[in-house]
Design a protein around this ligand. Structure first.
Ligand code: ADP
Ligand code: MG
Length: 279
């Protein structure tokens, strides 16, 4: 029986790395789809102005659509901007539009500027409960490639950080800055935040470099790095152009299988922690 364990509480996972192109968005949408496909109730919050997660999930994010921008800046409720993924009924998405590009600056002068996403998510959880909708099992926040106020909002809203690392030179470069920012957030804004998961992405098994980098990352983060590794795969990279995740686009491809494996590992590690804390 390979049904996934249901988390005791909603897991808020911020997918972050201030480097661009390391697989944040790809990992967000594919892990979310893998979990939703197996019956989990999942929300993806797109807070990258590029809106790539929205695109990959087949979600309308043209400029005129209400989006996470309106939630963060104009106090619109999350429930009003949520759209259901056309391929997976258990997967809902708060889209990002291009307006979000200005949010980083607009947030600066707002009250509780670091807490806006957290409050919106809390309100949305209550909204679902009072509507008799299922409790969310997972919330993934797809961060932009920076450590500005949008990412700070994600760190304040989340209790876990998932860091995708591309298996190439300089993979660990910049990671210390990310980790020290996370420490600052833990100290001042959210003591529950925990780097729970590191996912090795775009792994090319034909090169020594990839295996060296993977070994080095595992040595630094023995308990965070997932056993599952995401290979470099054409199927993964072409799925978004069909507004799909590789999970629905080509479910038997090695790329899809690797994300399904990573998702089940995330679920199982979470349930081990649940068991340890409820003792
Ligand atoms: P980020 O969100 O960190 O900027 P993306 O997830 O958008 O990174 O990935 C950057 C690029 O690499 C995208 O074009 C994506 O399609 C591609 N890509 C991501 N993961 C893989 C993979 N495992 N194999 C091949 N291409 C990938
Ligand atoms: Mg991205």
């Amino acid at each position: 029986n390979n049904t996934l364990p249901i988390p005791h509480q909603t897991r808020f996972i911020s997918v972050s790395n201030q480097k661009g192109g390391v697989g944040k968005t790809t990992s967000t949408v594919n892990l979310a789809a893998a979990l939703a496909k197996q019956g989990m109730h999942v929300l993806v919050v797109d807070i990258d102005p590029q809106g790539n997660a929205s695109t990959a999930l087949g979600i309308d994010h043209r400029a005129e659509v209400d989006s996470i921008y309106d939630v963060l800046i104009n106090d619109v409720s999350l429930a009003e901007v949520i759209q259901v993924c056309p391929d997976l009924e258990n997967l809902v998405v708060a889209p990002a539009t291009i307006h979000l590009a200005g949010a980083e600056i607009e947030l600066v002068s707002l009250v509780a500027r670091e807490q806006r996403l957290r409050r919106a998510l809390e309100e949305y959880a209550n909204h679902r409960a009072s509507n008799g909708e299922a409790r969310l099992d997972y919330i993934f926040i797809d961060c932009p490639p920076s450590l500005g106020l949008l990412t700070v909002n994600a760190f304040v809203a989340a209790n876990e950080v998932l860091i995708p690392i591309q298996c190439e030179y300089y993979a660990l470069e910049g990671l210390s800055q990310l980790l020290s920012n996370i420490k600052l957030i833990q100290k001042h804004l959210n003591e529950k935040l925990d780097v729970s998961t590191i996912l090795l992405t775009m792994y090319d098994g034909r090169t020594n470099l990839a295996s060296q980098v993977a070994a080095e990352v595992r040595e630094h983060f023995p308990s965070e790095v997932l056993d599952a590794v995401i290979p470099r795969s054409v199927r993964i990279s072409e799925a978004p152009s069909y507004q799909q995740t590789v999970i629905t686009y080509d479910p038997n491809s090695t790329g899809a299988l690797s994300y399904l494996e990573a998702a089940s590992e995330i679920a199982k590690r979470g349930s081990e922690k649940d068991a340890a804390t409820s003792k």
